[in-house]
Design a binder for this molecule. Structure first.
Ligand code: PLP
Length: 397
């Protein structure tokens, strides 16, 4: 019989009743170190006092009013994002895929309204992941996700990442913009070269194209900068973000320069829930922590510590882990056995993580992890590696 909850996920048989910092407590009494963070989303960890207070106080006042009215919490959040980034204007929505849909609409509309209605195509990259809406499935391009869902939405072309020749030869008079994740998350933590990002910027300027970054996963401090593109010293024309922005409360955003944003006039785009008082109160609380002096430096320090510890782990367990990838606290460990088996062993050792493509184990802890959490996570990974070795010895004998 079909379960009441649609069977769209391969769920681990674990349920949690509470959390604290980077730790989650399961209903069966076990305690887990959470290096999954709701898939790179619980940026402040669990039960963060400041976030809980902001959400509860806002919920007790007013949760939702709709965008028919002014929303001071959204105005404040937008002003802070504008102040902290390249953007001149922000649109709030509810998820990463929705932010990307809006971002593509913004790119097409800005081209159309500035004299190029023929420019509708978006250049995307092999291995991209932009979400599960019909449009973003097409931007993602992975046939596995498209299976059974009919025709692809038109208007998305794909070329290999980090290959400027391929990019240049794929540009046509119909190209409107280029969309990419500074570090591809779902497909195995594959970073775009910094130089490639700079060359894309130059090329977009040369051809009058818009550069669109999908920072749904890489944004909001995940890589140790507020947004990952800051590492490359380039700015996009438009950017999407979501995941960590609400610390677990659903909110997405499109950030754009005036050149792009000015064309999204009243009635051109919208959403019922986007930017409601509760979601924006949550995101403002996240920014209070992230933008506090020294916080992002602390994220970078934790990332450096994990890098060192994980490199040692790879040296000690070359039969289990072959490579470390990523930027900041968006970390991939390429596995030798099946990543799903390594994840299972990690769960048994009390560590939560996520798999990614290319046989990678993804470690995306809350940004508030302590040094002790980092040491504990790596020691649990070592336990997991030893358990896998023990199982394969048993299988051999
Ligand atoms: C880079 C990127 N873009 C878009 C999405 C889709 O976001 P959502 O699941 O919130 O729709 C994801 C989700 O993993 C992502 O990693």
């Amino acid at each position: 019989m079909i379960p009441a909850l649609m069977p769209t996920y391969n769920r681990a048989d674990l349920a949690f009743e509470r959390g604290e910092g980077a730790w989650l407590y399961a209903t069966d009494g076990r305690r887990f170190l959470d290096f999954a963070a709701g898939i790179a989303t619980c940026s402040l960890g669990h039960a963060n006092a400041h976030l809980v207070k902001a959400i509860s106080e806002q919920a007790a006042r007013v949760i939702h009013v709709s965008n028919l009215f002014r929303i001071p919490q959204a105005e404040k959040l937008a002003a802070r994002l504008v102040e902290a980034t390249f953007a001149d204007s922000v649109f709030f929505c509810n998820s990463g895929a929705e932010a990307n849909e809006g971002m593509v609409k913004a790119v097409r509309r800005a081209q159309a309204k500035s004299g190029h209605p023929e420019r509708t195509r978006i250049l995307c990259f092999d291995g991209a992941f932009h979400g599960r809406t019909l449009g973003m499935l097409s931007a993602t391009g992975n046939p596995a996700y498209l299976d059974g869902f009919g025709e692809r939405a038109p208007g998305f072309d794909h070329v290999p990442l980090n290959n400027m020749n391929a990019v240049r030869s794929a540009i046509t008079p119909e190209t409107a913009g280029v969309m990419l994740e500074p570090v591809q998350g779902e497909s195995g933590i594959k970073a775009a070269d910094m130089r490639f990002l700079r060359e894309l910027r130059t090329m977009c300027d040369e051809f009058g194209l818009f550069l669109a970054f999908d920072e749904v996963q890489t944004g909001v401090g995940r890589t140790g900068k507020l947004f990952a593109h800051e590492w490359a010293g380039v700015t996009p024309d438009v950017m999407s973000t979501a995941k960590g922005l609400g610390g677990g409360f659903p909110i997405g955003a499109i950030l754009a320069t005036e050149t792009v944003a000015k064309h999204l006039t009243a009635g051109s785009h919208g959403t019922t829930f986007g930017g409601n008082p509760l979601a924006c109160a949550a995101a403002n609380a996240v920014l209070d922590v992230l933008l506090a002096p020294g916080f992002l430096e602390q994220v970078r320090e934790r990332a450096r510590l994990l890098d060192t510890l994980l490199d040692n782990l790879i040296r000690e367990c070359p039969d289990i882990f072959s490579e470390r990838r990523g930027l900041g606290l968006l970390i991939g460990l390429k596995c030798v056995p099946k990543a799903a088996d390594v994840l299972n062993a990690a769960h048994n050792a009390g560590l939560l993580a996520v798999t990614a493509g290319d046989n990678v184990l993804r470690l995306v802890p809350p940004l508030v992890i302590t040094e002790a959490d980092c040491h504990e996570a790596v020691s649990r990974l070592k336990q997991a590696a030893e358990a896998i070795r023990a199982t394969s010895r048993e299988t051999v004998s």
